[in-house]
Design a protein around this ligand. Structure first.
Ligand code: SF4
Length: 670
């Protein structure tokens, strides 16, 4: 490696955690490429990160602290020194806490950076402050709940096994856009003779790359799985020896799917003809080692956890688990590899404080609780754009008595409502330690370049704020590297001394799960639990989505794009221009029925709000579904609201997750 090349890690909320090589000249990152020595990502980066230097050195970067001078939302600010900013924040919080108590302060953050230290460095500060706690459940807690209902604490299988499968199924995951290494491995399986299926709600690029794509109605995935299992049971296509030794509750479940889940009954719910469900069931059962890779989108419905629980029964019935390449992958959990509690410091809380769902921020800010939320501190998150029920969130952010601080790299939609904006460091300007939720890779990295302008990392700001609050705790006087070291200085079966040494040296490492067999079922019964007495519902069953009862005719899918990640990357003009505009894809038949033509402005609406889109009439989406990709910043869209003005604060059936995909709308011309 040449001396001006520095190893780093992609910090974004993506399952791949790619290894990066950063070329540095005179303190600037001049190019970013994939690290060919990385054992999993092997030098392949997605289009978003190929020019990460354009994000890091974007002319839009915030470089100094700012103080609001105009009305909230307008985006008018004047410069402020760091000392003054910290002093203003601390003294405002001290006053509010005397009046209302610590719980009147609410932190808001999620996964803007995935590094273990920087992502979690607000926790100890807010625990000590006595602030309300944020229930961080916007992503996929329903997926975890559904998996846990059937599989308990069973460790995830090795995702690379997909290469040994003879039927690779990408279910609810647009891997070509969001998990490029999964796509690479699935295509390797295909080259070796496997068939590749994609199951999704519209024709994504992943569907185009598959042998066959099955387009389901939004939220109908569980119905598809139930219909398939009806056929497998009815036709004796289940693997009885595996079931006898490994599965709990098959008989009760078989009786239920036989009586309640015929393909004819499941067909209108999942949107696939009964004959297709039958064929899928037979081909799935006939495959030696079918591998299901589940995405997150299908879990963001009112029935999300039940959907995952139901799909998790498929490999149990076919016995796929017992063969290399067969099984189901929902994500890795490497929580025991690093003692995260040394960063999060729950012990700093005097008592457990109030939990506020991040999916219900609008309600939390508007429905004044006891105490009311009087201050919001947002870091590496953009709730004004990404949080459900955007109108409710913005109404809350507009409150003049709400003291809002936003620590960000760019003047996001949320930052425009801040009283004080603090400039945030990018991942190249701060040290951290990363682990992965789509595999087992882990890597430490040092800062590759000095801070841009006066930007500071999360950890640095919380250290300063601790000083501003007058706390003398030595904990807050450590450096981020000290905390990384505390995470590494810990004995665990997940890594031996050699691996820890490699991590200290900044090399990518593959953690080793303690469980050596994927058939080591970690459930109370020691079996795969189709029947569970831990769940309110003992057996998986058909469950309706929320939007099914909303009374609007079109199901809305807020989908992914290869050129953005939620609301990140809109600062890069080249990436944004590739998306062209905030479009609403609609089947030509639905467009014609409403007198709408391709390219015109339309308004999608429901009981929560109205959003202006540009119509794209396309057969990529089925009739009855409309799709929009990306979460656009307000400055780049035709109206004043983005897609989340149409999504609701309702939660999933289990896990209290977001139901961002569970929305229905009508569309009219503008
Ligand atoms: S966003 Fe994902 S695929 Fe793209 S570089 Fe980062 S980790 Fe890799």
């Amino acid at each position: 490696m040449s001396p001006n090349m520095v190893r780093s890690v992609c910090p974004y909320d993506c399952p791949d955690t790619c290894g990066l090589l950063v070329e540095v000249e005179e303190g600037r990152a001049v190019s970013v490429s994939g690290d060919p020595a990385h054992p999993v990502t092997r030098g392949l980066l997605c289009p978003k990160m190929n020019h990460y230097e354009r994000t890091v050195h974007s002319p839009r970067r915030l470089k100094i602290p700012l103080l609001r001078t105009g009305p909230k939302g307008e985006g008018r600010f004047e410069p402020l020194s760091w000392d003054e900013a910290i002093e203003r924040i601390a003294s405002r919080w001290k006053g509010l806490i005397v009046r209302f108590g610590g719980e009147c302060v609410l932190p808001y953050s999620f996964a803007g950076t995935m590094g273990l230290v920087q992502r979690n460095s607000g926790h100890p500060f807010f625990h000590k402050l006595g602030a309300s706690r944020l229930e961080r459940t916007i992503c996929s807690p329903a997926k975890e709940a559904g998996w846990r209902a059937v599989m308990g604490d069973t460790a995830a299988m090795d995702p690379a096994e997909i290469e040994q499968s003879d039927l690779a199924i990408l279910w609810g995951i647009n891997a070509a856009s969001t998990s490029i290494h999964v796509m690479r491995d699935a295509l390797t399986a295909r080259r070796r003779g496997a068939r590749l299926w994609a199951i999704d709600t519209y024709r994504t690029p992943t569907c185009e790359a598959a042998d066959e794509a099955f387009i389901v109605r939004p939220g109908g995935d569980g119905a598809l799985a139930l219909g398939m299992m009806h056929v497998m049971v009815r036709e004796g296509l289940t693997e009885q020896a595996f079931i006898r030794d490994n599965v709990l509750g098959f008989e009760a479940f078989a009786e239920k799917v036989l009586s309640d889940c015929t393909p004819e009954w499941m067909s209108p719910v999942c949107g696939l003809p009964a004959a297709i469900i039958e064929r899928m069931a037979r081909e799935f059962a006939a495959a030696k080692a079918p591998f299901i890779r589940l995405g997150c989108g299908l879990t963001r419905y009112g029935n999300g956890a039940m959907t995952v629980r139901t799909i998790a029964c498929l490999p149990a019935l076919s016995g796929a688990w017992q063969r290399p390449g067969g099984g189901l992958f929902t994500g890795t959990s490497t929580g025991d590899a690093f003692p995260l509690q040394r960063v999060t410091r729950e012990d700093f809380m005097e008592r457990p404080t109030r939990l506020v769902s991040m999916n219900q921020l609008g309600a939390a800010l508007s429905e004044l609780g006891d105490p009311p939320i009087m201050s919001l501190y947002v870091y590496h998150s953009n709730p004004a754009a990404v949080t459900p029920d955007q109108n409710a969130v913005i109404k809350g952010l507009e409150r003049n008595d709400l003291f809002t601080v936003v620590h960000e790299r760019f003047l996001t939609d949320t930052a425009r409502y801040a009283d004080i904006v603090l400039p945030a460091a990018s991942s190249l300007e701060q040290p951290d330690l990363y682990r992965c939720y789509g595999g087992y890779q882990s890597q430490r990295c040092a800062a590759a370049i000095p801070p841009v302008g006066e930007a500071k990392s999360n950890w640095e700001v919380f250290s300063l704020l601790a000083g501003g609050m007058g706390w003398d705790e030595p904990f807050f006087k450590q450096s981020a590297d000290d905390l990384v070291e505390q995470l590494l200085d810990f004995e665990t079966p997940w890594r031996d001394a050699g691996m820890t040494r490699s991590l200290r040296e900044g090399e990518p490492v593959l953690l080793t799960p303690p469980s050596k067999s994927k058939c080591d079922w970690k459930t109370p019964s020691g079996r795969i639990e189709i029947l569970s007495d831990r769940e309110p519902e003992p057996l998986p069953r058909l469950l309706a989505t929320h939007a099914a009862g909303d009374g609007f005719p079109l199901r809305l899918q807020p989908a992914t794009t290869p050129y953005a990640l939620n609301s990140s990357f809109y600062e890069q003009d080249g990436l944004r221009e590739k998306q062209e505009c905030m479009a609403l894809m609609m089947h030509p038949q639905d467009a014609a029925a409403r007198g709408l033509t391709d390219g015109r402005r339309v308004i999608a609406y429901n009981d929560l709000g109205e959003v202006v889109f540009v119509l794209k009439a396309t057969e990529r989406v089925p009739a009855g579904t409309v799709v929009t990709e990306g979460v656009w910043w307000r400055e780049f869209i035709p109206g004043r609201r983005g897609v989340n003005a149409l999504t609701s604060q309702r939660l999933t059936d289990s896990g209290r997750g977001s139901t961002l995909y569970d929305a229905a709308v009508e569309v009219r011309g503008k």
